[in-house]
Ligand binder design. Structure first.
Ligand SMILES: O=C[C@H](O)COP(=O)(O)O
Length: 267
């Protein structure tokens, strides 16, 4: 039975104390969660990472970094190296979030160098991909997703597929001005992504979880999670209150376990 994933990116919102308080509450509220079946992760800001690693066990909540340099050291002012994250005990790095790609103009080739460096340094690499509104209007969403995957995962060995997680986040669905994708649309794009992963990694492509992100909220989480190609939810705003995030997680699990999907071997 495949794992189901729930995670959040705290973006540039919570300071050190707020992050520590958030994590303690989230760990407490989700203490009953079966970690063999459900994976939970949080991606705080860099400055909060030391406090975060000291405040909770990563057996309860995996901690990630929002970005990472593609080199281990060097003349890269303002960047954070994988070795520095390793020193903090961080287990996951997020690469290519929509805000990195579109505000900071990161390219697929740069994301690829970071993915390679992250895998090499033993991190779980959460690669974010997603089409823009224009891509969608022009009818090239599938091609854009395939291109981001093929370029972003270039050079990753099949045997390392298990170190990659994918977050599908349509750019038009993210943030305060975002409009959530319908469950049908999200599921169809996850199918495209799964097929592409199987092309890239062969059967190892099944080892890569694909999470949906972009205006996930208590109203749409249940219908998204039961979709056959959706392996988890990557939540922004609706996760930033720890008690409400825990409630969203338990509600969706309840929905999932009461649905037919839970008996399907593919889940
Ligand atoms: O990293 C998380 C995503 O950008 C989703 O954010 P959102 O749920 O606030 O749209």
């Amino acid at each position: 039975m495949k794992k189901i994933y729930f995670g959040t990116n705290l973006k540039m919102y919570k300071n050190i104390q707020q992050t520590v308080d958030y994590l303690k509450t989230l760990a407490n509220e989700t203490a009953e969660l079966d970690r063999k079946r459900y994976e939970l992760f949080v991606i705080p800001s860099y400055t909060a990472l030391p406090g975060a690693t000291e405040s909770i066990s990563q057996e309860q909540v995996i901690l990630g970094a929002q970005n990472m340099a593609w080199e281990e050291e060097g003349q890269f002012t303002g960047e954070v190296s994988p070795k520095m994250l390793e020193e903090l005990g961080i287990n996951l790095v997020m690469i290519g979030h929509s805000e990195r790609r579109h505000i900071f103009h990161e390219t697929d080739d740069e994301e690829n160098k970071k993915v390679i460096c992250g895998v090499k340094n033993g991190f779980i690499v959460l690669l974010c991909i997603g089409e823009t509104d224009k891509d969608k209007m022009d009818g090239v969403s599938n091609e854009v997703l395939r291109s981001q995957l093929i370029r972003g995962l270039k050079g990753i060995k099949k045997e390392d597929a298990g170190k990659i997680w994918i977050a599908y986040e349509p750019v038009w669905a993210i943030g305060v001005n975002g409009k959530p994708a319908s469950e049908e649309y999200a599921n169809a794009k996850h199918k495209v992504i799964r097929e592409c992963l199987l092309e890239i990694f062969g059967n190892y492509g099944e080892d890569v979880p694909i999470l949906y992100g972009g205006s996930v909220n208590p109203q749409n989480a249940n219908s998204l999670i039961v979709q056959p190609y959706i392996d988890g939810l990557f939540v922004g705003r609706s996760a930033w209150n720890a008690k409400e995030f825990a409630q969203l997680i338990f509600n969706t699990i309840c929905k999932l376990e009461n649905s037919k999907g839970i008996n399907d071997e593919s889940r």
